[in-house]
Ligand binder design. Sequence first.
Ligand SMILES: Nc1ncnc2c1ncn2[C@@H]1O[C@H](COP(=O)(O)OP(=O)(O)OP(=O)(O)O)[C@@H](O)[C@H]1O
Length: 514
Amino acid sequence: MHSGFAAKSEFGLPIQTNSNEDQMTAGDAAGERVFERVKVQLRARLGNDVYSSWFGRMKLAEASKGIVRLSVPTAFLRSWINNHYIRQIEELWQAEEPSTLKVEVIVRSATRNTAPVQSEAAVQRNRAAKPTAGVAAAPSIKPMLSVVGAPAPRPASGETEARGSSIGSPLDQRYTFESFVEGPSNRVAFAAAKAVAETAPNAVRFNPLYIHSSVGLGKTHLLQAIADEAIRNRPGSRVVYLTAEYFMWRFASAIRDNSALALKEHLRDIDLLIIDDMQFLQGKSIQNEFCHLLNMLLDSAKQVVVAADRPATELESLEPRVRSRLSGGVSLEMAAPDFSMRLSMLRHRLALAQAEDATITISEEILNHIAHAIPGSGREIEGAFNQVLFRRSFEPQLDVDRIDEMLAHIFRSGEPKRVRIEDIQRVVARHYNVSKTELLSNRRTRTIVKPRQVAMYLSKVLTPRSLPEIGRRFGGRDHTTVLHAVRKIEDLTGSDAKLAQEIEFLRRLINEAQ
Ligand SMILES: Nc1ncnc2c1ncn2[C@@H]1O[C@H](COP(=O)(O)OP(=O)(O)OP(=O)(O)O)[C@@H](O)[C@H]1O
């Protein structure tokens, strides 16, 4: 089989240069100050891990006449930042400096070979910074990659020994099957996950096992529990857990450092590959690499487990052959926990907190109350519990009314939940029985035009996105097309009560999908 790991020129090679970079003028000092503030905010929003992976080597090249140019060392980084973060950076910059018209990312060549490059060890140290096993810890940063050479059990510290490479970071020790609360909404996924973790190497039954759910419903927890269990159950085999984002980053770095072949050798030697957050796998070449790896592992009966926030068929950013290979095994959805699962999660968290501090007490009545009040995901339950735990340290007499007030503040009147354009597209496409691909296509039949216009309208009213950005997210359309759609639906809802009701219904569905 073709290995597919050859370095592509897309990675690491500069396609644009910035010779002005080292000639900063006094006027640029103001730009540097804004840049510093923007970086602080980016880091706060995205967390240290993500920030250092993508922005650690970003520099200000130029800021003048409303145009800001930021430079990064590789074309891959530039395209990743452009695809994922450019709007955020632009918004932050405009908030600091309202005269800003545009932020661009360019590739610098002048400093490519001389700029200090963060060593793998340093990256690993940063990445390893994770919360400890206490429930009061802030929601964890996902460990992005763990390569474990079994049979060695994980040391108590949670550090894992990487075999033959500098790859390696700890799994979150809290994420085990024992701490995972099973119930009607995740029972099948849980059973499949256990079966995969317990199965002997090469005796695969569900391959690939594909688990999907919306945010915070336990995918990472379950995937890491599989890794944890498999390490114990599969003596001598290699278990790898990694996020798609890290896969990309690792590949791009390996290609830059001319070590792609070694990485390829390292990855092909895996017995169980577990990939999280598949929806973030971007870029044609990276997807090719991934597809080769996937084919190779599946063809040699090595188990692959993948999780994402939607079914494989809806991962539009993936190449069709990756999607099709991912859909070729068993696909299972996890839904939101019911009341009794939420209560179990809270009891479990309390037990963990008490193991650290025996003086902690939270009454069963309060736990019941929180489980009723927070109908959301495991992550929201975790957030609510942490809040209550924190508050009771200086308000020991917390009663149900006070808790209501506090939770209402956090979950209802607090930051409005951010509606995502993808969710709008998914809900609208489903409602009108069209595919998301059709929604984004150029087809102009009535059955597609109406849902497309409704989705554009809802994107404008439910998200803070600009018309051009909405246009881009709808198959690269011009902002005037979006404006036309918004006006048209606005007009129609004034006279068409049925459409107005339909829009209201869709709004509710979209809000529930958050
Ligand atoms: N069934 C469950 N049992 C115990 N804890 C859970 C369960 N579901 C979610 N949690 C907890 O909720 C938090 C969020 O879960 P996790 O990160 O696994 O969700 P996710 O589905 O991977 O989310 P995202 O889509 O944002 O990556 C974690 O602390 C996890 O332990």
